[in-house]
Design a protein around this ligand. Structure first.
Ligand code: M6R
Length: 609
């Protein structure tokens, strides 16, 4: 989960490299480096720390030249340090490489190269690639890269440069994203689109196993066997502003506020005008297709996993389908009972999460039909899955997922209703009510975001507590899980979510005077039971913040503070209830002076196992 950029053209390469890297810092930010060819030799500048440290380092004398590559790192092999930063070079300094991913057989290669006399300076897996190319180069850069690729195993996006053939940059990928941006007399390379959209909107995405030879005037793509490949060029229609903070202090708060729009866009064109059905043209399933599905497994990580838990409620209760939900890193190693009659749904904002991608491949290997719910067009997961539902949330930059989660919930709800319609598992009138409820959500989310003062006050009041508990039943429990993840991830407060009925089986021992408990009570069918659980924690002198639906006067008698969400359908409450919890986490993090968009030890896109 690092960021890669590359430039070849008439302009100063370093300028674009730094600019592009600043758009990718969310992918990795423990060190940064660039390599630029000055007409005679390649100069490498790199340093541990954020990109700002590198900018400072080169401020007085930025490397000059028109061809260069750059990298922002999130350490995997080897701690963050100057020497472990990319780009990496061979013994002669004539070859440089930047890399995202992991070279799994690097130790074996390293031993072999050391025996041959190579000297290593870093602890990284990447450095073997630079030495391997030195080893294989005999006057043909392209041929040497192919030999390297034949030897390395693992996942990678790799970009190479050499002093011997400075008129080209070579790049290739396996299970890690790489995008080529096409300019006039100049070309760009990046691991993600935001890095290049200020310079060009004409792009294409490299596929696994492809290799691109990029010069200032051309890009040649071929496979490992040298067979030329014609790529489909597409125009990126993202607003450059959309990848910027746009006046907000942090990406996270900007993205929280983008939710009404994001929710609307997720539903765009997918709800019949007369509220009678869900339109998912990307699936075009028949009754027979649905009848062939005997079981659904939902697999994902982190926030996307929490969306999967809500998805299970939707698919079971609305579409009457049996559903299992699993964490991707568990699923892939548990010999899951999956076959041709299984529909495997993977949920991933980035579409690049390594564990989720591996789980998807495992489900495919076992014969399952696969469906990805993802936000990123052209991502590895979107290309690996049989079918895709895009969440259309727009780029999410903050490490903490917010609009990705709400749009994943909408997507799962649409899917459940779509299947329910095909199965005739839902009465047409009920379907209409739910579609009507969906249509009201953007305005309701907007309403919620209009008055955040009480939430700011709670955050200031309880932001310095070391422990916070979230409780809820049914869909409220699923949302509690996400609320607690948000809080711990960005404010570093120890937060736990419990199914409210489970408290008395152990956790109640932790509830003591003054502990904040956020109690979600939006589900009518379990409301009385939740109230009993609230009484249990109140009896231990916890401070309870109740999160309930507008119009619920009863709750006020049992809790210390209340947060109300607009009244909606029971199934749609998670989409609104999570918003105050996101805000609470955000303002608690601000109160504690945390780095909201880049929480410690975390990265946006987890492309390593
Ligand atoms: O890109 P993905 O949705 O696959 O990412 C999965 C998780 O890494 C992600 O949701 C993570 O938990 C977020 N940082 C939570 O805010």
């Amino acid at each position: 989960m690092c960021g890669i950029v590359g430039y070849i053209g008439p302009k100063e390469a370093a300028q674009f490299l730094i600019e592009g890297m600043s758009k990718l810092e969310y992918r990795g930010y423990d060190s940064a480096g660039i390599a630029v060819f000055d007409g005679h030799k390649i100069n490498v500048e790199k340093t541990v720390g954020r990109l700002g440290m590198l900018e400072k380092k080169i401020e007085q004398a930025p490397p000059k030249g028109h061809t260069g590559i750059g990298h922002t790192r999130w350490a995997t092999h080897g701690r963050p340090s100057d020497v472990n930063s990319h780009p990496h070079t061979d013994c002669t300094g004539k070859f440089v490489v930047v890399h995202n991913g992991i070279i799994e057989n690097y130790l074996h290669i390293k031993e072999k190269l050391i025996e041959k006399g190579h000297t290593f300076t870093s602890e990284t897996d990447t450095e073997v690639v630079a030495h391997l190319i030195e080893e294989y180069y005999d006057g043909d850069f392209e041929a040497a890269v192919k030999k390297v690729l034949a030897e390395i195993e693992g996942s990678y996006a790799l970009v190479f440069m050499t002093e011997y053939e400075p008129d080209k940059i070579i790049c290739t990928k396996q299970d890690n994203p790489l995008v080529i941006g096409l300019g006039e007399g100049e070309n760009f390379i990046a691991s993600d689109i935001p890095a290049i959209i200020n310079r060009t909107r004409k792009t294409f995405i490299l596929s696994d196993g492809e290799m691109a030879i990029v010069t200032k005037d051309s890009v040649w793509v071929q496979n490992r066997q040298g067979v030329p490949i014609t790529k489909k060029i597409f125009e990126v229609n993202w607003d450059a502003e959309a990848a910027e903070k746009g006046g907000y202090e942090h990406f996270m708060i900007k993205e929280i506020y983008e939710q009404p729009k994001a929710i609307r866009e997720t539903m765009l064109g997918r709800l019949a005008k007369d509220d009678s059905s869900i339109i998912l043209d990307e699936l075009k399933w028949t009754k027979e297709d649905v009848a062939a599905i005997k079981k659904i497994v939902i697999v994902a990580c982190g926030t996307a996993y929490h969306a999967g838990i809500v998805g299970k409620y939707y698919l079971e209760q609305l579409a009457r389908m049996p559903v299992e939900v699993d964490i991707a890193s568990e699923f892939r190693y548990r010999s899951p009972l999956v076959d041709e009659s299984t529909l495997a749904i993977v949920i991933s904002q980035s579409g690049e999460t390594s564990d989720t991608l591996a789980a998807l491949k495992e489900a495919k290997r076992l014969g399952a039909r696969t469906l990805a719910v993802t936000n990123v067009v052209g991502s590895s997961i979107s290309r690996e899955a049989d079918q895709v539902i895009y969440t259309w949330a727009g780029p999410e930059i903050a490490v903490a997922s917010t609009k990705a989660y709400t749009t994943q919930l909408i997507s799962m709800c649409l899917l459940a209703l779509y299947i329910a319609g095909l199965k005739e598992a839902i009465a047409p009138e009920r379907l209409k009510e739910l579609i009507h409820g969906l249509k009201e959500l953007p305005a309701q989310a907007h309403e919620l975001l209009e008055d955040v003062e009480p939430i700011k006050t709670f955050a200031q009041q309880y932001g310095f507590n070391e422990d916070v508990f979230f409780i809820g039943r049914s869909l409220d429990y699923a949302v509690a899980l996400e609320g607690s993840l948000k809080l711990k991830e960005i404010s570093y407060i120890h937060a736990e979510a419990y199914a409210a009925g489970e408290l008395k089986h152990g956790t109640l021992a932790l509830i003591v005077e003054g502990i904040p408990v956020i109690a979600l009570a939006t589900q009518k069918d379990v409301y009385e039971k939740t109230l009993s659980n609230i009484k249990e924690v109140k009896a231990r002198d916890a401070v309870v913040i109740g999160l309930a639906m507008q119009g619920d006067e009863q709750i006020k008698k049992y809790v210390d503070h209340t947060i109300f969400i607009p009244a909606t359908e029971k199934y749609l409450t998670p989409i609104l209830a999570v918003i105050p919890l996101q805000l609470l986490a955000y303002y608690a993090a601000i109160t504690r002076g945390c780095d909201v968009d880049k929480p410690r030890n975390l990265a946006k896109s987890v492309t390593v196992e």
